[in-house]
Ligand binder design. Structure first.
Ligand code: ATP
Length: 195
């Protein structure tokens, strides 16, 4: 079984994240994509931001009933700052037999060798780099090690970020269609981001 890991702050999760996951799913022939909210240490939390519990619940709402998208709370449960290498080791321990890939933006691919314990990490997982229009990854610049570990998939340009969504809510503008309906309702009911 092949599983893609989509990590993020998800403050809040939006359709850019979901479309990215869908593109990775299709083009890398994955069986599932797991959405993994990262833990944000209190001093780094955005104001006005959602609590870890709210970020988690929004991710759950976004993938509720989906046949192959799943939420996982492995890093939230652990707390603190998680290194990918530790998360991957834990995932593989809990799910032997699953082949994991990290889904990352193509702009991040060139920095992979700088990731903590990359040499060890690359033995355990592979990477899916999302190529966005307007950013051309120069594959020739990559080392053989990185090139072998990464497969590049394409996705349409979605000019959307969690930051812009938080700002729109704070300004009283609508975020309908930018987030799934369940997330839209959740933000409104719980008065998140100054709604
Ligand atoms: P923020 O604005 O708070 O920094 P964000 O929208 O970039 O948030 P994150 O939770 O930091 O969201 O992102 C998780 C992952 O999703 C990252 O790898 C990021 O590159 C990717 N991502 C976010 N928005 C988009 C988008 N519109 N299209 C493609 N990928 C995206």
């Amino acid at each position: 079984m092949k599983v893609g890991i989509m990590g993020g702050t998800f403050d809040p999760i939006h359709i850019g994240h979901l479309i990215a996951a869908q593109c990775a799913f299709e083009q890398s022939a994955l069986d599932e994509v797991w959405f993994m909210p990262t833990n944000v240490p209190p001093h780094k939390q955005q104001a006005p931001g959602a609590t870890p519990k709210q970020r988690w619940e929004m991710v759950c709402k976004a993938v509720e009933g989906h046949p192959y998208f799943r939420p996982i709370d492995i890093e939230l449960q652990k707390g603190g700052v998680s290194y990918s290498i530790d998360t991957v080791k834990l995932l593989k321990q809990q799910h032997p037999g699953i082949h994991f890939s990290y889904i990352i933006g193509a702009d991040m691919v060139q920095y992979l060798p700088k990731w903590y314990k990359f040499d060890e990490l690359v033995q355990l997982i592979s990477f899916i780099g999302l190529q966005r229009p307007g950013y051309e990854l120069d594959v020739k610049q990559l080392s053989d090690q990185v090139r072998q570990a990464v497969s590049i998939v394409s996705m349409p340009l979605m000019e959307l970020s969690s930051t812009s969504i938080r700002e729109r809510v704070a300004e009283g503008k609508s975020i309908r269609y930018m987030v799934p309906d369940g997330v839209y309702d959740y933000i409104e009911v719980n008065g998140i981001y100054g709604s």
